[in-house]
Design a protein around this ligand. Structure first.
Ligand code: F6P
Length: 323
């Protein structure tokens, strides 16, 4: 394939802490190799509407420690149709863009795959707090989100103990329980409810609470993944069945913001640089990810087909340690 001299970079879908470090790495690596970089604002929306500007190494100064994405993000409906994809590709070409780095989740990767299908080489970098992209062990933002949730749950635990209450803390993750599972283990919660395991009120709630009570526990922390179905009024049900006062906290968007942890900054820097190295050699249509702790790349179609599996050993560990 011919080598590429001008690349575009965009962030798409839900933002995630560390996306700025990835943008910085893309821009600085490209500059290191004397390539041009075009920043595309608001994801595929910006690509469709030509919201594109040339970036210099200085444009990414002082952004590494900031949450969110300086390029902003969007979920584009228009880009879901082939006409939109074709229009986006011709806009990219008008700006001289020969390859695009897409930082986002699996929905954004499907868009990147469509770009590739229309002849525009694209590289996906996983950026989502959900850590639900099966072909990569890690997605940018996950570590920061776990830490944000961990800090919140630690605080809730203080008041839970004082009142001998049950506190349910709902965390994000879309259809994946990865975030919840890791938060549950990091906070030593009594139960973790995730969409990958069918919910059973007796087994998952009543049994741990009654065992915990017998063992002298003073609080019951339940981490609930947002993807779990049929858990409406869980606090009321627990209170009615056990007599223990129960409260629910929805952590919400607080998990998407904040300064990224060092883990997120380092992975984002590695993946951003790796993506540019691929494009520089004329290689597109890849997803950059992490496998056995190392950054690697995989064909975009193959990568999107890798089946998602939750880590069974973490489910077992969470249960084992909650006694
Ligand atoms: O994918 C990241 C995420 O924060 C999910 O955890 C959540 O389900 C979703 O995005 C929320 O999306 P929106 O920003 O559109 O409300």
């Amino acid at each position: 394939m011919p080598k590429i001299n001008t690349i575009g970079v965009l962030t798409s879908g839900g933002d995630a802490p560390g996306m700025n470090a990835a943008i910085r790495a893309v821009v600085r690596t490209a500059k290191y190799y004397d390539m041009r970089v075009m920043g595309i604002r608001k994801g595929y929306e910006g690509l469709l509407h030509g919201d594109i500007f040339e970036m210099s190494a200085r444009d990414v100064s002082d952004i590494m420690h900031r949450g969110g994405t300086v390029l902003q993000t969007a979920r584009s409906k228009e880009f879901k149709h082939i006409d939109g994809v074709r229009r986006a590709v011709s806009t990219a070409r008008y700006f001289g863009i020969e390859g695009i780095v897409v930082i986002g989740g699996d929905g954004s990767f499907r868009g990147a795959k469509d770009l590739c299908g229309e002849g525009m080489p694209a590289i996906g970098i996983p950026g989502t707090i959900d850590n639900d992209i099966a072909c990569s062990e890690y997605t940018i933002g996950f570590d920061t989100a776990i830490n944000t949730a961990k800090d919140a749950v630690d605080k809730i635990r203080d008041t839970a103990t004082s009142h001998e209450r049950c506190n349910i803390i709902k965390v994000m993750g879309r259809a994946s329980g990865n975030l919840a599972l890791n938060v549950g283990i990091a906070t030593g919660s009594e139960a973790v409810l995730i969409p990958e395991v069918e919910f059973d009120f007796d087994r998952d709630i009543l049994q741990p609470i009654s065992m915990g009570k017998k063992r002298g526990k003073k609080h019951f922390i339940i981490i609930l993944a947002e993807g779990v179905k049929n858990v409406d009024d869980l606090d009321k049900r627990i209170e009615a069945e056990t007599g223990i006062e129960s409260r629910t906290t929805i952590l919400g968007y607080v998990q998407r913001g904040g300064s990224p942890t060092a883990v997120d900054r380092v992975y984002a820097s590695q993946m951003g640089a790796y993506a540019v190295e691929l494009l520089k050699e004329g290689t597109g249509n890849r997803i950059v990810g992490v496998k056995q702790g190392r950054v690697y790349d995989i064909d975009i179609v193959e990568g999107l087909d890798v089946p998602y599996v939750v880590q069974e050993d973490l489910i077992t560990l969470a249960k084992m340690l909650s006694i």
